[in-house]
Ligand binder design. Structure first.
Ligand SMILES: Cc1cc2nc3c(=O)[nH]c(=O)nc-3n(C[C@H](O)[C@H](O)[C@H](O)COP(=O)(O)OP(=O)(O)OC[C@H]3O[C@@H](n4cnc5c(N)ncnc54)[C@H](O)[C@@H]3O)c2cc1C
Length: 146
């Protein structure tokens, strides 16, 4: 199975919407879970121990966030399905598109990876920027409370 053949998210498969879901952790996985759950539950509450301000700086709950991050292809596809235009949001906010096959030198175990023949385009940004972009989309969902 490849991304081209993998079944995509289809909200129409969900027949009934009721109840209240609570998601603990407003990190990337919590934000994405909230977006999916709102198709199945009447309301969703997303909580985090950190105060969530609308900026793209690291916070105590995600200390790893200061490292540069890339978003892999499957993540891009899922986010684009759930939040159409997510890629444009990212580039508008300052994320870079990098070619991981040829535009980056990856050093591990004493040597560099060889460059690949075809481009592997990925978004590169700080993790707080990825999170902020997704959080802004989730905040616009009517029945989700962050
Ligand atoms: C050096 C480095 C590079 C990385 N590079 C990449 C990369 O390029 N691409 C990539 O996709 N990933 C990368 N990762 C992984 C990524 O940063 C995260 O580690 C990964 O997303 C883990 O997510 P998580 O859902 O487990 O937890 P986290 O994202 O750490 O989130 C946990 C959340 O739960 C909240 N929380 C914790 N306790 C409570 C509580 N009691 N009540 C309420 N909320 C609570 C926190 O505040 C936080 O929001 C990298 C990690 C490192 C360290």
């Amino acid at each position: 199975m490849t991304l081209a053949t993998a079944p995509r998210y289809d909200p129409d498969e969900i027949e009934e919407r009721r109840g209240h879901a609570v998601v603990v952790g407003a990190n990337m996985s919590g934000l994405i879970a909230s977006r999916v759950l709102i198709d199945r539950f009447q309301t969703v509450t997303l909580i985090d121990k950190d105060p969530l301000v609308d900026d793209a700086s690291a916070r105590p709950g995600t200390p790893q966030a200061n490292h540069i991050h890339v978003m892999k292809r499957a993540g891009q596809v899922v986010l684009e399905d759930l939040f159409p235009g997510n890629g444009d949001d990212l580039t508008d906010a300052g994320a870079l598109t990098v070619d991981l096959a040829r535009g980056v030198k990856i050093y591990t175990q004493g040597d560099f990876f060889a460059h690949g023949p075809s481009p592997i385009q990925k978004y590169s940004a700080s993790r707080p920027l990825f999170e902020q972009t997704t959080r802004r989309r989730v905040a616009k969902l009517d029945r989700v409370t962050i």
